[in-house]
Design a binder for this molecule. Structure first.
Ligand code: CP
Length: 317
């Protein structure tokens, strides 16, 4: 595997899930595969889970790890071409990227959507430039439009907890005080459909996601109706995708917060969220602390999805 930015890069999903299960049972089996190989993790945005789980995955495989927080200690980076660099950014990304490539064998990149321009965000320019100019295999640690390591971990988790071959999986929008990207819901919808689940996406009008990610899912504007008979509830906030409203908050409706009344409509569903989560906005304390909440095992599986991806990249070096 040379690049990992989407579900299409994983190939046969069933085979990937079997590989994940085998790695989870024996996560140090390939601990010499990464000997004398270096992973560079480049963060343009904050992270807890991705930072720790991906580093742990690299250690499982015997790799060395370098972490660069672009906004803490590095030169400020110019990203636009054709600009006169007379401002506060002394280095251009187009030199910085190949330089980073000199010091490592594999690069992971986290770069969120700016939510100013849909065309710019959905062109995935930052990770695209790493792919083009680093000379190294590159994987997404959450880019503007997708979070594939999270999507893969989510499917690993559902496979572990599902009680039927084709569970009903509901992705629900929930309120949040800040505008958030669509990356996590895009990936969750895409990976869930690829896994063959019955997928329902529920949100207020105006929050329709890009159809390229939700194709194969049912869109239901009535949250209660969506929850009926669900096996898994996956809560997440996202800002608007459509047209001139791109990146905007259209609703702060707290009636969309996932609470015990709504969970009672389900088929004793498990509650999922990628974390970090704002209690009282996305979900109540009662739901996230309930025995049906699997947010911690879900986060634990980030180590597994990252180990599979890094293992495959090391095997292709
Ligand atoms: N779920 C997730 O990616 O968490 P972090 O932002 O903390 O990495």
């Amino acid at each position: 595997m040379r690049y990992f930015t989407s579900v299409s890069d994983i190939g046969d999903l069933s085979a990937a899930l079997r590989e994940a299960s085998a790695i989870k049972a024996d996560r140090f089996r390939y601990d010499s595969l990464g000997r004398n190989k270096t992973l560079m993790m480049v963060f343009f945005n904050s992270s807890l889970r991705t930072r720790l789980s991906t580093q742990k995955a690299a250690l499982n495989l015997g790799m060395n790890v370098i972490v660069l927080d672009v906004n803490a200690g590095a030169w400020k980076l110019e990203t636009e071409r054709g600009v006169i660099m007379d401002g506060d950014k002394p280095e251009h990304l187009l030199e910085a990227i190949p330089v980073m490539g000199c010091y490592c064998d594999i690069i992971g990149v986290r770069s969120f959507a700016g939510l100013q321009s849909r065309d710019y965000d959905y062109s995935e320019e930052v990770i695209g430039r790493f792919i083009k100019y680093s000379g190294r295999p590159v994987f997404s640690m959450e880019a503007a439009t997708g979070h594939p390591l999270q999507g893969f971990a989510d499917i690993i988790t559902i496979e572990e907890y599902k009680r039927s071959a084709r569970p009903k999986v509901v992705l629900t929008w929930a309120p949040h005080p800040k505008a958030l990207p669509q990356a996590v819901p895009n990936s969750f919808a895409q990976w869930s459909v690829a896994a063959g689940y019955e997928v329902v996406v529920t949100h207020p009008h105006g929050y329709e996601l890009d159809e390229r990610f939700t194709r194969g899912a049912v869109i239901e504007y009535d949250q209660d109706k969506a929850f009926e008979g669900a096996d898994f509830i996956y809560a997440k906030n996202w800002s608007a995708y459509a047209g001139d409203n791109y990146g905007k908050i259209l609703s702060a409706d707290r009636s969309w917060t996932v609470d015990s009344r709504k969970m009672a409509l389900t088929r004793d569903a498990f509650f999922m969220h990628c974390l970090p989560v704002r209690r009282g906005m996305i979900v109540t304390d009662e739901v996230i602390e309930s025995p049906r909440s699997i947010v911690i095992p879900e986060a634990a599986n980030r180590e597994i999805s990252a180990t599979v991806v890094l293992k495959r990249m090391l095997e292709s070096l």
